[in-house]
Write a protein that binds this ligand. Structure first.
Ligand code: ADP
Ligand code: MG
Length: 252
């Protein structure tokens, strides 16, 4: 029953093939192909409104795709017969807004889903939460409440909470965009460590230095299509399309 973190951890890859998503008559994703190999980090960049969040939300079925397929760790999540809850349990998501429960302590924020969804006993859930809080440098903060923490610390709790569910894939949607500049670095550093540990990560970010240093591949989206993708040095260092060149001028 109570496996160690090491035993539980297993990276899952993602293969997205011809993904379409519309809201009413508006087509937001127009046939996206994107792959994240197990243990790799892919950074997804692009202007506001290009469909990045929608893409992430399709991967863990917060949105239902209209066409194409998404394979996570060997399972087609668009298969109507899939166990959505079981699939979602394997996919951790970290949002721009941390979405912590304000009335729960830091530790409780990291244990509530473990107990409710994974049916872990409280001592097991506490132990796993404490281990992940230590991993994000907040081992001493379990008894605090979210409003007693900085934005960067709250986002680190959100990461520890996601990790406590033993995800095989982590999705990050602009995890540092709501932070004060001085706390951005501490969150990126946790994400770097996760990448080093071999976590499969799909990261929407405007942090080009992070993308350049950490990403195995960078995917640039605009207006619902992938415009450029490849190694960071190529996509960021030597952009081929006017759209990517314009985007870089604005964010760098
Ligand atoms: P990004 O994350 O790249 O800024 P989004 O995926 O949030 O882009 O949005 C892409 C487009 O889809 C935008 O034009 C946005 O207005 C539209 N959109 C997103 N969510 C919804 C929704 N729930 N209903 C209708 N339109 C939406
Ligand atoms: Mg977005």
């Amino acid at each position: 029953m109570s496996e160690t973190i090491e035993e539980q951890f297993q990276a899952a890859g993602v293969v997205i093939d011809g993904l379409h998503k519309s809201y009413g008559p508006v087509e937001v994703l127009k046939g996206i192909d994107l792959e994240v190999a197990p243990g790799q980090v892919v950074c997804l960049i692009g202007p506001s409104g290009s469909g990045k969040s929608t893409l992430l939300r399709c991967v863990n079925l917060l949105e239902q795709p209209n066409g194409g397929s998404i394979d996570v760790g060997g399972y087609d999540v668009t298969d109507p017969d899939i166990d959505v809850d079981a699939m979602r349990r394997n996919v951790g998501m970290v949002f721009q807004q941390f979405n912590l429960f304000p009335h729960l302590t830091v530790l409780e924020n990291c244990t509530v889903a473990q107990q409710k969804v994974l049916k872990r006993k409280k001592p097991d859930a506490d132990r796993i939460a404490e281990k992940n809080l230590a991993k994000v440098g907040l081992g001493e903060f379990g008894d605090r409440y979210p409003d007693q923490l900085s934005g960067g610390q709250q986002q680190r709790v959100a990461i520890a909470r996601a990790l406590s569910m033993d995800p095989k894939l982590m999705l990050f949607d602009e995890p540092t965009s709501a932070l004060d500049p001085e706390t951005v670095g501490e969150v990126l550093s946790i994400m770097r460590n996760l990448a080093k540990d071999g976590m499969t990560m799909l990261v929407v970010t405007h942090e080009m230095a992070f993308a350049r240093d950490v990403a195995d591949r960078v995917v640039f989206m605009d207006d619902g299509v992938v415009v450029e993708s490849g190694p960071a040095a190529q996509v960021i260092g030597d952009p081929q399309t006017p759209r990517m060149q314009d985007f870089l001028k604005r964010v760098l």
